[in-house]
Design a protein around this ligand. Structure first.
Ligand code: FES
Length: 150
């Protein structure tokens, strides 16, 4: 049995069991390494993607749940050689230490801006409060998010 998945604007026919985790399909079958495996429990956010513009955690989501929806990964945020403004803001703010969490941070900020173009500092903090950074660069990450809004 095959299923059709739309990722970064491209349709893919995939011969995978429908309960396969979306994270595994993205990384193993489509070689999209933006989403990271962190906790595997839906707790840290490292595996996040956009589904229809909203952040979703792919380590706990079966691929079948994404069929019929638009999946955008970090790899697909940039278009025509231009980084998404959120990606650029994270570079400009030098928000990374190890960088492992940044996929989830950037995807979460992009999802926030998709439905609120001018979030307050508190709304940014609330949006990111369930994304974990084990290096502790939260201050720089919040600065990057503010930069993406300005
Ligand atoms: Fe998915 Fe942590 S790896 S939320």
């Amino acid at each position: 049995m095959t299923l059709t998945l739309t990722v970064n604007g491209q349709e893919h026919e995939l011969a995978v069991p429908p309960h396969t985790l979306l994270l595994n399909v993205l990384r193993n079958d489509l070689a999209l390494n933006g989403p990271k495996y962190g906790c595997g429990l839906g707790e840290c956010g490292a595996c996040s993607v956009l589904i229809d513009g909203m952040a979703a955690r792919t380590c706990v989501l079966p691929v079948s749940a994404a069929v019929g929806h638009d999946v955008i990964t970090l790899d697909g945020l940039a278009s025509y050689g231009q980084l998404d403004p959120v990606q650029q803001a994270f570079i400009d703010a030098q928000a990374a230490q190890c960088g492992y969490c940044l996929n989830g941070m950037i995807i979460t900020v992009r999802a926030l801006l998709n439905h609120n173009a001018q979030p307050s500092a508190q709304q940014i903090r609330t949006a990111l409060e369930h994304n974990l950074c084990r290096c502790g660069t939260h201050v720089e990450i919040l600065q990057a998010a503010r930069l993406a809004v300005d």
